[in-house]
Structure formats: structure tokens, C-alpha cells
Design a protein around this ligand. Sequence first.
Ligand code: KG4
Ligand code: ZN
Length: 342
Amino acid sequence: MIILGLETSCDETAAAIYDSGSGLRGHCLFSQVETHAPFGGVVPELASRDHIRKLMPLVEAVFEQSGVQPRELAGVAYTAGPGLVGALLVGATAGVGLALGWGIPAIPVHHMEAHLLAALLEPDPPQFPFVALLVSGGHTLLVEVQGLGIYRILGETLDDAAGEAFDKGAKLLGLPYPGGPQLAQLADQGRPGRYALPRPMRNQPGLDFSFSGLKTALALQVRGKGGVAGLTEADRADLANAYQEAIVDTLVARSCRAIASTGHTRLVIAGGVGANRLLRERLADGLSRHGATVYYPRIGFCTDNAAMIAFTGCLRLAASPDAFQDLQVAARPRWPLEELRP
Ligand code: KG4
Ligand code: ZN
């Protein structure tokens, strides 16, 4: 079964082709980072317009890259939510239009479900059940994954998402958008232990997260030095180091607790923050002490991509071959993960 996948939920336009027999056949992606950088964040209207410009050339490119012909496709999968509504509508209308033209099913895919399953695209993939740590710009969740569509949220953030915390911290340190990866880079040059930042909710029971207090603590440190202009290069690197340490420490402590409380032996990382090197190292280390193994998607599939959409669409179509006949355009900016069914 060969599926074309489209992703347009935020600021990445992507197309990919997944083959249930031979795996991923091709994937192409265009990032809008440069469009949004001058505004310090994603501008929804600019995102939608750029998806319109880039999506069909990417679809053509992925056919060329993979050598697949449209007549070989069993379906078109597209991100139906959650995300920016205008951006979602571009992928949804394109996906449904193509499916209609080719006379095949259109499969609306939940973006977070696709992130949860992205690690299954790698060699030696994790078996169900597992615990997933989903850490992106908009979400921070610990999810128990029993199988396709069987998800239980174990914990989530009460305020900022982990990626948002990285991005806001980067802004406070005067780094350009998108700040997360740049803060991580700067942190690697910093000296550990020079600044102490809090570990929000560290001593509370349960599996929820909170990052807004940490951001305030960093803001106070910066203000104490007379604002970002008063920071030396070393101050910025040392503060970035302490800040990254606090976020990673919190994520690792909660993940270990989730493994201990559920008794599962596999933790799967998903979402953009999963690209963070320190988080990967510390999780592998922390979880090995609980007898658990960590699974990651390749770095390029931690952040938004269409490979995970094509793959999830393929699993969904295989599980329910008759479920995707009505070619309604689905775009759901809000779509709770727990509404999904097997
Ligand atoms: O999953 P994603 O690509 O988009 C959604 O939010 O759906 O995640 C993007 C987030 C951003 O907040 C970005 O700053 C963060 O992931 N991120 C990182 C790193 N790479 C991306 N945060 C920390 N360290 C990184 N290396
Ligand atoms: Zn995402």
C-alpha cells in the first residue's frame, strides 16, 4: 500500500510517500523559518499563503524523488489538525482534491498521533505498548500508547510547552527566532553550575509539567544584570546552560516517573524538542537505570514532516479500509488526542 502524505499544519510545508512494503520512498520539505523570523513568531496568514505556493511543487518533487506514479497510490493522507486553521485548510483541500481526482481515499491525520508514531519509521522500531514523551512548540504530554488509536494522557503542561519555554528563554537572552535550537547551541558553550534556576513542580506528585515559573526566574536573572544588553557572552552562555539544564532535568524526572508508575519498558520521544542533544543523552541515561529503553525518530523527523503523516495515514487506512470514502475536507484547529479511536 503506497500513501502520499501532506503536512501544512504550521510553518513547514512537506510531502512524502510511504510504502507499506518497502518503507519510506521519498520526502520533501520546505521550512518557512525565514518568512516568519522578522516577526519573531509564525504569522498565520503568511504561513497559509506560503503553503499554497510550495505544496504542489513539493508533491511533484516527491513523485520524482520516489519514482512512484499517482496510479500506484492507495490513498492521500493529510494533516487535518490540530494546527493553524488557514494552514490546515491548504493541505486538506489539496489532499481531498488530489484524492478525488485520482479516485482514492483521503485520510485526515491527527498531527500529534503522527508525532507519537514517528519513531516507528526507524530501523528496530519500538513495539506497543510504550510511553511517549511528546515535546513540541505547542504541546508537552506524557502519553501511554497501547496501540494505534489507544492513547491515555498521563501528564501534560499546565502552562507553557517545553518548546515554547525554549523559545521564550531564547528571546529573553536576545537570540533570534526560532530560538530553541539556538539556545541549545549556546548552552553547550556555557559553564554548568554558575546560575541556579528552579525546577517547577519537581516536588509535586503526578506527571504534569509547568515551565512558566522557570521563564520568570530567567527573566529576573537577566533583569538583575541590567537587561540583555548588560550580559557578557559568557553570562548568556552560562544562563542558557542553566536554563536548558532545568528544562531537561524536569522532562527526564517526569519521564522516569511515568515509566516507574506504568511499568512499561519503552519510552518514545516525539516532537521538535526531541531534537535536543542533552535531552536525548539524559533520557537514555536516566531510563537505563529504570531498565527502560529510549527510542527516537531521526532528528529531521522529530520536527514537523510529512513522512510521519504518510506513515500514520497508511496505518489508519490498513486498519479501516472502508472508513475514508467520503471526501469531506477536514480541518480541526483543536482536536484532543484522546478523541481518537483504534
Ligand atoms: O514539533 P515541532 O517541529 O513543531 C510543533 O510545535 O508542532 O517543534 C518545534 C519546537 C520549537 O519550539 C523549537 O524551538 C523546538 O521544537 N526545538 C528545540 C530544538 N529543536 C527544535 N528545542 C530545544 N532544542 C533543540 N535542539
Ligand atoms: Zn509538530
